[in-house]
Design a protein around this ligand. Sequence first.
Ligand SMILES: NC(=O)c1ccc[n+]([C@@H]2O[C@H](COP(=O)([O-])OP(=O)(O)OC[C@H]3O[C@@H](n4cnc5c(N)ncnc54)[C@H](OP(=O)(O)O)[C@@H]3O)[C@@H](O)[C@H]2O)c1
Length: 261
Amino acid sequence: MNPFDLTGKTALVTGASRGLGKGFALALARSGADVVVTSRTLSSLDDTVAEIEALGRKAWPIVLDVREQDSIEAAAEAAWSAAGHLDILVNNAGCNVRKPALEVTWDDWNLILDTNLRGVFFTAQAIARRMVGRGYGRIINIGSVTCVNGYSGLAPYCASRGGVKQLTMSLADDWGQHGITVNCLAPGWFKTAQNAVMYEDTGWVDYLTDRIPLKRPGAPGDLDGTLVFLASDASAYMTGQTLLVDGGISVGAVKAVPKKA
Ligand SMILES: NC(=O)c1ccc[n+]([C@@H]2O[C@H](COP(=O)([O-])OP(=O)(O)OC[C@H]3O[C@@H](n4cnc5c(N)ncnc54)[C@H](OP(=O)(O)O)[C@@H]3O)[C@@H](O)[C@H]2O)c1
């Protein structure tokens, strides 16, 4: 028996219209799962749905805005009824605003925290309430290296991700009794729409690459194995953990040996 096999499992991935979320939905489908995919705009899910169906799996597109309480409840209900039940939730939807901390506004703060922390909690709660009755669930919160590191220009984002790490531990403690595991997959730096502007600066890319022990930013596919591990029975006895998949950047960003030592 392959413990990573997801055949017969159903998953929901938030923010699956593009970027990492689309990659997560396809990784689950490649491992055998049928997938509910969500976005704030139904039409932006067309490509994700087509690619999942091309793999021979079922895909259900559903509208979800994680900043809206009613939207979360409606999407949870629609997903459960479309898929029959859900075994796996990937809490991926997120956003960012890059600014020096002195320039962050009240609205910037609310946008980031409402999406990246409140949205993660209430989406997990809405799905977990339904998972409890079946006594089984795999919840994967998408974090970041900012779960464990602070970065200038990213104060609200880092606060939201630090919160996701703590939330993951609390929910794991709360819901383990119901057969639900809650873990956090924390990616390093991956080029997506969220940060494409950073990658236009080749000097910054060189600076970043130099600080990553594996000497490259993340590439499509780099997160798939860990995501499937956390979604499958291979991780059955693991909960509340944050796994950093970051080329090693979180282990030490300062070069302590001078080039001319
Ligand atoms: N890229 C990286 O290097 C990196 C590293 C660490 C962590 N992350 C995290 O990984 C996740 C995906 O990032 P990404 O780089 O793939 O970003 P992205 O390309 O900007 O995609 C973000 C996704 O989140 C959805 N989303 C945004 N706000 C939403 C809301 N209010 N309600 C529902 N969905 C919403 C978007 O859906 P629609 O716009 O279609 O509604 C989109 O599908 C985010 O949580 C991000 O913070 C990214």
